[in-house]
Design a protein around this ligand. Structure first.
Ligand SMILES: *[C@@H]1O[C@H](CO)[C@@H](O)[C@H](O)[C@H]1NC(C)=O
Ligand SMILES: *[C@@H]1O[C@H](CO)[C@@H](O)[C@H](O)[C@H]1NC(C)=O
Ligand SMILES: *[C@@H]1O[C@H](CO)[C@@H](O)[C@H](O)[C@H]1NC(C)=O
Ligand SMILES: *[C@@H]1O[C@H](CO)[C@@H](O)[C@H](O)[C@H]1NC(C)=O
Length: 328
């Protein structure tokens, strides 16, 4: 039954019953990753052994999710994946607390085609192992390092900036070692960055945001939750980056790319004042503070209650769906 799934397999928690649905997804479109759900206790408690025995049979595997409730995956399982699944593009190892640097070294050598890697919560990886991985996996576009406190250092970010210039999504949430030096290198090395989460990166200052505003014209989502050293200067640099990019308006229109920042989380950034945040709002039409689903998040900033962005989300939504329909 498993082999029918061909080159896409994901091991998750859930139920075996879902395989049928997964196969439908697989038939509908090859880009859909297939999900194999293992909910029965035996499967859940044997994920490491399942991977050890299945990985060698799926040498064309492209997408693999090994998200766990209880950390049980060990280095030998990741080494087996790296030894057999050389086409792997998308790997989710989040919350694999038992993995060590051995896993990253193995992936670096065995899976150079990775474009998406999720090691959120893998707190024992070191920055040298992460830097090593990026020197082999140079096609990374999407990297989740949330909570990788030891791995996400300025040194590792410099390696990422140097090796992975296609990076588009990066989550550095709660990586307390990240400072301006690292973020500035990212801004210089990864011009296509479109989503960056720096929540809880308490060391970063305005210099990081200014570098991003200058170096990353495609930035659409920025998380600065609890970055309490961010001041109005950072907000004005974001607001001005929009003015600058409007000079290339026709290029932008052609690339369906006029939106600018669409998500900004400055919750708990207590040093900000209303005029600076209002300037950001006024520059980016997609930011809004409409009821439900704010895209400018200012909760916890009592001084910012007077900031109001135009609530134009309805117009944007219809605009976007028109474009979407046109594209397909
Ligand atoms: C990565 O893993 C975390 C934790 O399991 C999850 O919340 C997140 O959605 C995953 N995907 C990406 C793209 O970061
Ligand atoms: C950035 O994105 C553009 C458009 O998608 C692409 O043409 C370009 O090659 C990308 N640059 C890098 C360094 O990946
Ligand atoms: C803002 O960011 C923090 C940290 O990532 C997150 O917990 C919170 O949910 C975000 N707020 C919204 C409304 O997305
Ligand atoms: C952040 O702000 C605090 C309090 O204002 C200050 O003591 C600290 O030096 C600042 N940190 C950086 C990295 O600038």
């Amino acid at each position: 039954m498993l082999s029918v799934l061909g080159s896409h397999i994901c091991l998750c928690h859930g139920s075996f019953v879902v395989i049928g649905i997964s196969m439908r997804f697989f038939l509908i479109g090859r880009s859909w990753p297939c999900f194999l759900f293992f909910s029965n206790p035996w499967c859940k408690n044997n994920m490491n052994n399942l991977v050890l025995s299945l990985a060698p049979r799926f040498t064309k595997l492209q997408s693999l999710s090994l998200r766990q409730n209880m950390p049980q995956l060990e280095d030998d399982a990741v080494e087996t994946i790296a030894n057999y699944c050389h086409d792997l593009h998308d790997l989710d190892l989040s919350k694999s607390l038992r993995l060590t640097d051995r896993a990253l070294y193995a992936l670096a050598c065995g899976c150079p085609r990775l474009t998406k890697l999720n090691i959120s919560g893998c707190s024992s990886f070191s920055d040298s192992a992460l830097a090593y991985l990026t020197s082999f996996c140079r096609n990374l576009k999407c990297l989740n390092l949330c909570g990788c406190v030891k791995a996400a250092t300025n040194r590792a970010l410099q390696a990422i900036a140097c090796n992975c210039n296609q990076l588009q999504y990066l989550n550095l949430g709660w990586c307390e070692g990240v400072g301006d030096k690292g973020v500035i290198s990212l801004a210089l090395g990864c011009p296509n960055l479109s989503a960056l989460d720096l929540c809880g990166c308490v060391l970063i200052t305005d210099e990081s945001v200014i570098a991003l505003a200058t170096g990353c014209p495609h930035l659409r989502s920025l998380g600065l939750y609890y970055c309490q050293n961010i001041t109005d200067r950072a907000m004005y640099s974001l607001a001005n980056s929009c003015v600058k990019s409007k000079r290339g308006l026709w290029d932008s229109v052609r690339n369906n790319d006029v939106k600018g920042l669409m998500n900004l989380n400055i919750s708990q950034c207590t040093a900000l004042t209303p005029p600076a945040v209002q300037a950001v709002c006024d520059s980016f039409p997609s930011l809004h503070t409409c009821p439900e689903r704010h895209s400018l998040i200012i909760s916890g900033c009592l001084s910012l209650t007077s900031v109001h962005c135009a609530c134009a989300v309805q117009a944007h939504r219809s605009g976007r769906s028109a474009i979407t329909h046109h594209a397909y």
